[in-house]
Design a binder for this molecule. Structure first.
Ligand code: NDP
Length: 290
């Protein structure tokens, strides 16, 4: 079997087009332009690239994009005060604090200060609770992207067996919650899981979110499985480097029915879903104050 390669870039472009259309209709109806505020502390080059891309794409769909670049030695108090000011700002509907933060800052305390109604990353405990109790508002962007792809490709997930490899708060756990809500039967695997290959071979859907280059091999897969590779790992390739996922693409593509590549698979979906969440927050805030 040679798997179909799922084009995450095209998928993400469709989501952005949908958000742009919905945003225009929302502005027409309410006169409100959704505003996305992104706080970047320090000069991490990868974070600067992400933040720039978020800003460009936010403007492209019709949002106001507000960027706050704070120095690396910003104090916890100053950062919390910035978040509090954005919480109170009616022009801001979504707040994102770019991670990782410099080591002297307490990321949990900062994320928990973002008001849940503007928490476009879906990391606040209130939004985690809303997701697990079946009333999601903001869903963490990467798992949301995965679940939109699965819904598009597989439709109803009832009766499917899924494995999520990785149990982080950002990807693994919310992914498992979404699969469960879609009536899949879900295994959550992690570094202490026994016989991971055998658990994978039972699954119709494999989500790899581990951070270990090419961990999942073709002979770990059930023939015809759908494989979503969330991992982004930079590995040495001669005197250069290249990006690979958590799945060994060539061998997995021989066994799976469909697979996301790295790059160009799940990665592009993350910012598209951030924009989707921002519009959802703007709509919910408007409904609250209307
Ligand atoms: P974390 O490091 O927070 O979590 C990794 C998880 O993998 C942990 O639960 C860990 O288990 C588990 N794990 C580690 N080694 C093994 C192993 N050998 N077998 C089974 N499970 C293992 O990572 P994230 O969830 O934040 O990210 C995962 C990957 O996804 C990374 O490559 C990251 O770069 C990428 N990523 C991509 C995004 C995108 O936009 N495409 C967005 C976010 C992340 P334990 O809990 O026991 O330690």
């Amino acid at each position: 079997m040679s798997a179909e390669i799922i084009d995450g870039k095209a998928f993400a472009a469709n989501i952005r087009a949908e958000v742009a259309r919905d945003c225009a209709a929302f502005r027409e109806k309410t006169g409100i332009q959704p505003g996305l505020a992104v706080i970047l502390v320090g000069n991490d080059p990868a974070s600067e690239v992400y933040v720039r891309n978020k800003g460009i794409q936010a403007k492209e769909v019709g949002f106001a994009s507000l960027e706050y670049k704070l120095p690396a030695d910003t104090s916890q108090e100053a950062l919390l005060a910035k978040v509090a000011a954005l919480n109170a700002d009616p022009k801001v509907h979504g707040i994102l604090v770019q991670l990782p933060l410099p080591k002297h800052l307490d990321a949990d305390a900062v994320l928990n200060t973002i008001t849940p109604d503007k928490d476009v990353d879906g990391f606040h405990p209130v939004n985690v609770g809303r997701l697990w109790t079946g009333n999601p508002v903001s869903i963490p962007c990467t798992p949301l992207g995965c679940s939109l792809i699965l819904r598009d490709r597989l439709g109803d997930l009832a009766g499917k067996r899924a494995i999520v490899i990785g149990r982080s708060n950002i990807v693994g756990k919310p992914m498992a919650a979404l699969l469960l809500a879609a009536n899949a039967t879900v295994t959550i695997a992690h570094s202490r899981t026994a016989d991971l290959a055998a658990r994978c071979r039972e699954a119709d859907i494999v989500i790899a979110a581990v951070g270990k280059p090419e961990l999942v091999r073709g002979d770990w897969l059930k023939p015809g499985a759908t494989v979503l590779d969330v991992g982004i790992n930079r590995i040495a390739d001669g005197d250069k480097t290249r990006l690979v996922g958590d799945v060994h693409f060539a061998s997995a593509a021989e066994v799976a029915s469909a697979i996301t590549p790295v790059p160009g698979g799940i990665g592009p979906m993350t910012i598209a879903c951030l924009l989707r969440n921002t519009l959802a927050c703007a709509k919910a805030l408007h409904a609250l104050h209307d």
